[in-house]
Design a protein around this ligand. Structure first.
Ligand code: SAH
Length: 361
């Protein structure tokens, strides 16, 4: 039990069960007890380690992607260099360091971070104190103009709803209370979805779970429309799949998987990203999509091996081993490695027929 369990139990007793999305939203962003509002979960002491925290190589290679993309756009000045959900600000710091020698890039870039947590904004300000940086709370508030946007492990933190095929039709998975008054999952029958999703669930096996991330789809559609209107490209990196069924909601508590309902506000909650749905939403709004491509393949094409080689050449023996371990962790395909579990989707202005790291579209 946590402080937030009590609050949510009282709320449910008063107003009825929560959708999984409402539950996730409260757990992650409750103003007093939310996971992202109260802590800084990334890095060795937190609950999980993200790619930019594993090695500087990740942000540096994405910096090269950003610079190549900017050149491909015709070096617009000014342009908006944005990141969604920057965490501690590590990736943007690596991007900016890696692009310092790209002529005109820093001068033209207006760096804007999209971050909902005031606490993490303060951390980002500290990490990026050497650079002029602005913050907005929502993607819709990004300043106008050509856009080069990056995001790592942002969409997986956005709340999802879960729909289940039952013998009596489609039900929505809800968080309610059991007889003892503890948080418990239940089903609300009679759910309606769009006709495409309903048709897919109608032919799925009984018990199949379809996850929908309304905010993720809205971010993809907003980005798609924005890129089609003012030009630019976005790179979304996350763990996920290209469509399909399954309950992927998971809780991480002190480096271990946890019951999703056990520690609300103290455990990180995420769900796998449905890249096919994101690409459809962005294309529906006018953008072109590349990928999803496995993270390992993207990093290789952006020059991971060369970057690792150079870092190792300049390092002590212990550091060389660290660089090699990081290279494998970021790009390898074994269990515990991120190379195939994580994927990258690029959304671009429809006139862009090629984008760095991806096969031509
Ligand atoms: N990109 C970082 C952190 C990933 S965690 C890394 O790779 O280490 C997710 C980040 O997204 C956090 O910074 C969190 O506060 C932010 N975030 C989650 N949901 C958000 C939302 N709806 N609006 C803005 N930021 C959000």
């Amino acid at each position: 039990m946590t402080a937030l369990s009590d609050i949510l139990a009282r709320q449910i007793a008063l107003t009825g069960p929560l959708t999984v999305a409402d539950y996730m939203e409260q757990c992650l962003f409750h103003p007093a007890h939310g996971y992202y509002t109260t802590r800084e979960p990334f890095g060795a002491t937190g609950d999980f380690v993200t790619a930019p925290e594993i090695s500087q190589m990740f942000g540096e290679l994405l910096g090269l992607w950003a610079a190549e993309t900017w050149l491909r756009l015709g070096s617009p000045a000014p342009f908006v260099l944005a990141e969604l959900g920057p965490g501690r600000g590590t990736m943007m710091a690596d991007i900016l360091r890696a692009t310092a020698r790209v002529a005109g890039f820093h001068e033209a870039a207006r760096v804007v971070l999209v971050e909902a947590s005031p606490r993490l904004r303060a951390k980002q300000a500290e990490t990026l104190r050497a650079y002029p940086v602005e913050w907005v709370e929502r993607i819709e508030a990004l300043p106008p103009g050509p856009l080069v946007l990056l995001a790592n492990e942002f969409i997986d933190a956005l709340p999802i709803r879960q729909f289940v095929r039952t013998p009596d039709g489609i039900a929505e998975r809800m968080v309610g209370l059991d007889a003892a008054g503890n948080l418990a999952f239940g089903l609300r029958p009679g759910a309606r979805l769009d006709s495409r999703a309903e048709a897919r669930l109608a032919v799925a096996p009984p018990g199949a779970v379809l996850e929908i991330c309304p905010l993720g789809l809205s971010v993809a559609a907003t980005l798609g429309a924005r890129l089609a209107l003012s030009g630019g490209a976005a790179l979304l990196v996350d763990y996920g799949h290209a469509g399909g069924f399954g309950d992927t909601l998971q809780a991480l508590y002190r480096h271990a998987f946890d019951d999703v309902l056990a520690h609300p506000g103290q455990a990180d909650l995420t769900a796998h990203v449905d890249f096919a749905a994101l690409a459809r939403a962005a294309m529906g709004a006018g953008a072109r999509a590349f990928g999803p491509l496995p993270q390992g393949a993207l990093l290789q094409r952006l020059g991971l091996d060369d970057r690792a080689f150079r870092l190792k050449r300049a390092a002590s023996e212990a550091d060389r081993e660290m660089v090699e371990a990081a290279r494998l962790r970021l790009a390898g395909s074994d269990e515990g490695q991120m190379g195939t579990l994580f994927k990258a989707l690029a959304l671009v202005h429809p006139a862009l027929k090629e984008i760095a790291g991806f096969a031509p579209g």
